[in-house]
Design a protein around this ligand. Structure first.
Ligand code: FAD
Length: 405
């Protein structure tokens, strides 16, 4: 087996190095990352880390000693600038050229910038990296006013964290409801009311017309209505763009993400891609999709490691995701493609409830707010492609065990 080169030392890339050693790969592994850090977890960046509640070493996937003990050749603070699929080499920004037997692209995604803003303005931030989170954290606190553009998971989690830091928070959303692309109307309604009750000035269906600034620093956000919201900082949380540039330049098939198969293999048999940068098949739903989640990155890291070491593909998993806002833990499993029915179990006002998505009588997805049993049971049923009785699901007199029986 030739060397394995992993480009991108994020959650997916770091996990691929671990999975390769776990699968018994004994050859050389090089891990290239353009950030100065060892692979770390991003989920806390909008949650505990932003609130200053996570210890300095809490983000790292593995300590430095793990990489040394497992002979991982680290190239940190260096980016891969070109891939030559014919010669099977990767060229790094420091001029080093690394040959590979297998290449794993794990370049992740970057935050989508606010359209129309061409000049960098102090105080206009996005949140993707530890450096971004540290810059944002410095702008939170009593007397500070943060405007968040975009009410997706990152925007809403930052709103909760910023409020905990003592500042004032406004969230602006273009769609008529929060989490419009990723959650049911029932869940959107629950989170809207939660944020409003905690003191977030939440505005949906609004259009941002521009930013106000003084001496190169943002001072406010101008709305299409003519109103201007004064602030010290703006967080732009309007989604992510996959970092496909290396893959495109190498001639790999891409379509809003690097196209991979169930082994995480790209259109070049020696090149794999994993994590947020991929458009991947979902066996359960017979679809290709881009999943920006840790469980998906981990699953694909295992797929690539198994394929490279000649092991059978790991069993396919049900996609899942989580979000923490205030004391609410939202857990989501499955995807509501082709859903034709929604069932709510429990009372949203109690703070514990779940929304199920069904299609042709089968359970396709669940959104569970502080409802871990509903989440676990539904995740299993989704995987088993189970048909369920919606009346049983809705009736809390029946336990989830009864529903599954
Ligand atoms: P990344 O972790 O982004 O890593 C990619 C790395 O590659 C980066 O370090 C990048 O700089 C580097 N890179 C890119 N190009 C090159 C190059 N040419 N050369 C060298 N290095 C390069 N998921 C959940 O499941 N639950 C959550 O609660 C959750 N919360 C999140 C909160 C925030 C604020 C963010 C930003 C993400 C969150 N996610 C969450 C998503 C999750 O973090 C991602 O799905 C995961 O990080 C994907 O891992 P990745 O390795 O594909 O990408």
């Amino acid at each position: 087996q030739g060397p394995v080169v992993i480009v991108g030392a994020g959650h997916a890339g770091g996990s691929a190095a671990v999975a390769l050693r776990q699968a018994g790969f004994a050859g050389p592994i090089a891990l290239i990352g353009d950030e100065p850090h060892l692979p770390y977890q991003r989920p806390p960046l909008s949650k505990a880390w932003l609130k200053g509640e996570a210890a300095d070493n809490a983000l790292a996937l593995k300590g430095d000693d793990w990489y040394a003990a497992h002979h991982i050749d680290l190239h940190l603070g260096v980016s891969a600038s070109a891939v030559d699929p014919a010669a099977r080499t990767v060229t790094l920004s420091d001029g080093v050229v690394l040959p590979y037997g297998a290449l794993i692209l794990a370049t992740g995604a970057r935050a989508r910038p606010l359209p129309g803003v061409t000049e960098p303005l102090a105080g206009v931030l996005t949140l993707r990296s530890r450096a971004d989170a540290d810059a944002l954290r410095q702008r939170l606190g009593p007397g500070k006013r943060l405007v968040i553009i975009g009410a997706g998971y990152v925007g809403l989690e930052v709103a909760a964290s910023a409020l905990a830091a003592g500042g004032a928070v406004t969230v602006l959303e273009r769609e008529p409801r929060v989490l419009a692309r990723v959650a049911s109307p029932e869940m959107s309604d629950f989170f809207s009311r939660l944020h409003a009750a905690r003191g977030v000035d939440l505005r949906t269906g609004v259009t941002v017309a521009g930013l106000e600034s003084r001496d190169g620093a943002v001072t406010g956000v101008r709305l299409a209505s003519g109103e201007t919201l004064a602030c010290n900082a703006v967080l732009v949380g309007i989604g992510a763009i996959p970092n496909v540039e290396l893959a495109v330049a190498a001639g790999l098939a891409c379509d809003d993400g690097v196209i991979v198969d169930g082994d995480a293999r790209t259109s070049d048999p020696h090149i794999f891609a994993i994590g947020d940068v991929t458009r991947r098949p979902l066996a359960l739903y017979e679809r290709m999709t881009r999943l920006e989640s840790v469980p998906s990155a981990l699953e694909q890291a295992k797929q690539a490691a198994n394929a490279i070491t000649g092991r059978p593909a790991p069993a396919s998993e049900t996609p899942w995701f989580w979000s923490d806002q205030y004391e609410v833990k939202l857990q989501i499993a499955g995807l509501p493609f082709d859903a034709d029915q929604r069932v709510t179990r429990g009372e949203p006002d109690s703070g514990h409830f779940a929304v199920f998505h069904l299609g042709a009588g089968r359970l396709l997805a669940v959104e569970a707010a502080n409802a871990p049993q509903e989440f676990m049971a539904a995740k299993m049923m989704i995987h088993q492609r189970k048909s369920v009785d919606p009346a049983l699901l809705a009736d809390t007199a029946f336990t989830m065990k009864d529903v599954m029986a």
